[in-house]
Design a protein around this ligand. Structure first.
Ligand code: ATP
Ligand code: MG
Length: 386
């Protein structure tokens, strides 16, 4: 009996160790409803994992159709209403939910702390973390994950991932989920959720070099650099789909809705012959969109370069082998081609549906890139508990 108890304790300890979540993992059923609450659309995934076979039990793509000037309360109400309608329509009975945070109210830092036990660090976390957190320490919820122990300048230290999220952001997420009768048991970080997808579909024969992830959503682009499955850089960049659309509104003098439409229709002109044709035929919209979008991508490329330079400066023999795009904005026409030319690395769009042996027929392929975070969240519980 006590052996059994020890085994359970051990399993819990392993699960907790693996967790990079802000909230704790609680014992409970394996199924968890993954709810990625974006500023543009809510993405929902419910998986079933049986005998190594993963199947899709339910999914939802709920565009919020909010005006850019919508207040936080309007945003919250619209999100709750959309989610509630989805749960009723699909007859979703599950109560446990996983969600993820990103943006300027969340900070991830890789910090070297003096060697402490987990309990000691928990007890002194606020004091130890304060110098690394650019927010009032009393206004954030903190979590940490010890990566490994090292010796630096003769002293034993531990490399730790520190996550701080503003309490009001956490509270607002909890309010949304609880508002539709869900019990949020996992609160993760977008970039960490994406790691799960990568881990699941990583090609063992992949060539050398780290993988740089760009999850381009609407307000935020999550950037992370993973080396042999270990995250080395995580940051959020505030150049994303919304910035592209805004740039089009200015360049072409159209409203936001029209600019969205034009962005999705045209994207970037990369081919010289196509550009010449557009100029010859005076295709004002195509040229205007391409120019407006390219100017924004130039700023994004600058930010990517900064992160890559930082990563390369951290150790010898480091290199970026590839860039993987995700998020709704990864669908921008010719974005991968353009980024590949600008950054001189192969760029591809990640399909999170590759976790399935058979493609779920119901989920439209063109929506797939937007589901990275939701699929990663849905896998998390499965991964941690198996
Ligand atoms: N075909 C397309 N071409 C270009 N952009 C597209 C296309 N389809 C969707 N988008 C853009 O994708 C963005 C939404 O992506 P996503 O669903 O990943 O964002 P989000 O998760 O809601 O936002 P965030 O996480 O930044 O708050 C929007 O800016 C939208 O205009
Ligand atoms: Mg998102």
């Amino acid at each position: 009996m006590s052996e059994k108890l020890d085994a359970v304790k051990e399993k819990c300890a392993v699960a907790l160790k693996k967790a990079k979540a802000l909230s704790s993992l609680f014992l409970g059923p394996q199924d968890v409803l993954a709810v990625d609450i974006g500023s543009y659309a809510v993405k929902i995934i419910l998986l079933k994992q049986e005998g190594g076979n993963i199947t899709l039990k339910a999914w939802g793509y709920l565009p919020l159709n909010l005006k850019p000037e919508a207040s936080p309360d309007e945003r919250k109400m619209q999100t709750i209403n959309s989610l509630r309608a989805f749960m009723i329509e699909k007859g979703v009975k599950i109560k446990e939910a996983a969600t993820a945070l990103s943006g300027n109210s969340v900070i991830v830092r890789y910090v070297k702390f003096p060697r402490l036990t987990k309990a000691e660090l928990s007890a002194t976390l606020m004091t130890e973390a304060e110098p690394f957190i650019p927010f009032d320490i009393n206004e954030v919820q903190l979590a940490f994950h010890i990566l490994n122990e090292i010796i630096e300048e003769g002293q034993k230290k531990m490399e730790t991932v520190l996550v701080a999220a503003k309490k009001d952001l956490v509270a607002s997420r909890l309010e949304i989920l609880q508002g539709v009768g869900l019990n949020p048991t996992i609160i993760d970080v977008d970039s960490f959720a994406l790691e799960n997808v990568f881990e699941k579909i990583r090609d063992a024969k992949m060539e050398a070099g780290a993988t740089l992830y760009l999850n381009m959503g609407h307000l935020v682009t999550n950037l992370s650099i993973l080396e042999s499955g270990v995250t080395r850089v995580v940051r959020d960049i505030f150049i994303s789909g919304n910035t592209l659309t805004k740039s089009i509104t200015k360049a072409l003098g159209v409203d936001f809705a029209k600019a969205e439409e034009l962005k999705k229709a045209h994207g970037i002109i990369v081919d010289a012959a196509e550009k010449e044709k557009a100029l010859r035929e005076g295709l004002r919209e195509e040229l205007g969109v391409s120019q407006a979008v390219t100017a924004v991508i130039k700023d994004l490329v600058g930010e990517v370069h900064r992160s890559v330079d930082f990563y390369l400066s951290q150790g010898p023999e480091r290199s970026i082998g590839r860039i993987v795009l995700m998020g709704g904005s990864a669908r921008l026409k010719n974005l991968s081609k353009h980024l590949s030319t600008e950054l001189k690395v192969p760029v591809g769009v990640l399909d999170p549906l590759a976790i399935f042996k058979e493609l779920p027929p119901a989920l439209p392929l063109e929506l797939a890139p937007a589901f990275g975070v939701a699929v990663g969240l849905a896998l998390r519980r499965n991964k941690d508990w198996l």
